[in-house]
Design a protein around this ligand. Structure first.
Ligand code: ATP
Ligand code: MG
Length: 263
């Protein structure tokens, strides 16, 4: 495959990673900036998990890029059976060594506190609770052993319920995202929409990522439409119109030439 590079207005050459998602690459000059982190924000059922998984599956099936999913809210078996509905056989990919699943459903703040207080006992925590520090170490090991190029972390929203203190949560989120940037992988991190509407609240995680994509369900005249907007992609020129997207049994499709509203 011929690598895609983009020369931006500062004459910098930026290597791009095609997402393989119908319509999306077209909106972002060809793909995500390599090695960077993109945040997908969306409400419940918006299709965040499907979109992020499609990025991983296309990566390994079409672009020869191995991938890892770090799941904070779904177990492996559940994820595998859900994704098989789209024809994405992640179980087979795991057996073939092109995909890794990291179960982070046991992550908790208590684990971090215990680990810090009782260093000598921290190894006994493995298998019960998982701290952010341990998760980052496990992810680093998995990226190296697999030689993974794409990572998905789904979903930061799970941390809301586990780190009730906003300062602790912010530290956990920033630690996670910054450590991903150091790993040289192209990453999607998903999170839940905090507040609907034009005046939505900007979240901490938006400041530390390179790109932000918003997915939402819009209600009008008794019908619903799904709308997607690329809100930022540092260094890359973008189509930032709110455009429609659909979910069907082949996954997500985005229609970049159609506009729901113009800014
Ligand atoms: N075959 C299909 N055809 C049409 N829509 C589908 C199909 N499969 C799933 N969906 C839709 O996809 C959505 C779920 O997608 P996904 O699990 O990626 O959402 P999410 O944003 O991750 O949600 P959550 O916040 O619950 O994690 C649902 O709204 C569902 O209606
Ligand atoms: Mg989900």
């Amino acid at each position: 495959m011929k690598p895609i590079t983009l020369v931006n207005h500062l004459s910098e050459s930026i290597p791009l990673v095609p997402t393989g998602i119908e319509g999306l690459d077209n909106m972002i000059s060809g793909g995500f900036p390599r090695g960077r982190t993109v945040l997908i924000i969306g409400g419940p059922g918006a299709g965040k998990t499907i979109m992020a998984s499609q990025f991983l599956y296309k990566g390994l099936s079409e672009y020869g890029e191995k991938g890892i999913l770090v799941s904070l809210d779904e177990t492996k078996d559940h994820f595998y059976s859900e994704m098989l509905k789209f024809g994405w056989d992640f179980k087979k990919a795991e057996e073939e060594g092109t995909f890794g699943f990291l179960d982070a459903t046991r992550i908790s703040r208590v684990a971090l506190l215990k680990e810090r207080m009782l260093k000598e006992e921290s190894s006994s925590l493995r298998g019960k609770q998982l701290s952010i520090d341990r998760l980052i170490e496990d992810l680093q090991d998995k990226i190296k052993s697999l030689d993974a190029k794409r990572v998905v972390l789904d979903t930061l929203a799970s941390l809301f319920y586990r780190f009730l203190d906003p300062t602790e949560r912010r530290t956990a989120v920033v630690d996670l995202i910054e450590s991903l940037s150091d790993l040289g992988v192209t990453t999607i991190v998903t999170t839940e929409l905090g507040e609907l509407g034009l005046e939505r609240k900007i979240m901490d995680e938006e400041f530390v990522v390179h790109g932000v994509i918003m997915m939402q369900t819009l209600y009008s005249g008794g019908t619903t439409t799904r709308g997607l907007q690329v809100q930022k992609m540092r260094g890359v020129s973008i189509n930032n119109n709110l455009v429609p997207y659909t979910i069907d049994r082949t996954g997500i499709e985005i229609f970049p030439t159609m506009t729901l509203f113009r800014e």
